[in-house]
Design a protein. Structure first.
Length: 102
């Protein structure tokens, strides 16, 4: 009996189809304080859940989504809101303690 091996990407994409898992994945990416990490996570969730469906739900074109979520992407706040809303997610703001060097 042979076991079917799945790749990391296949496993990740399967997990990212779950909206709660996707929310935690994106939240963890936001904690990295690097916009590129956040965009990569958002792109991974979009790929897993389907770009075509996301385009329809967000009222953005597929081309716009690919450009926005690309490595060089610099999304407008309105596009980011549309994408997050289409994924059933929202951004929130929290106070970040400032470390003071002595």
């Amino acid at each position: 009996m042979s076991k079917k091996l799945i790749s990391y990407q296949e496993d990740r994409n399967e997990r990212l189809k779950d909206s709660e898992y996707a929310a935690e994945y994106i939240k963890a990416a936001l904690e990295e304080d690097d916009p590129k990490v956040f965009l990569m996570a958002l792109r991974n969730v979009a790929d897993a859940q389907g770009i075509a469906q996301l385009a329809q739900k967000s009222h953005l074109s597929r081309e716009n989504l690919y450009t926005t979520l690309s490595v060089r992407g610099n999304p407008r706040l309105s596009s980011l809101y549309a994408i997050m809303n289409a994924l059933g997610l929202h951004l929130s703001v929290q106070h970040k303690p400032v470390c003071v060097a002595i």
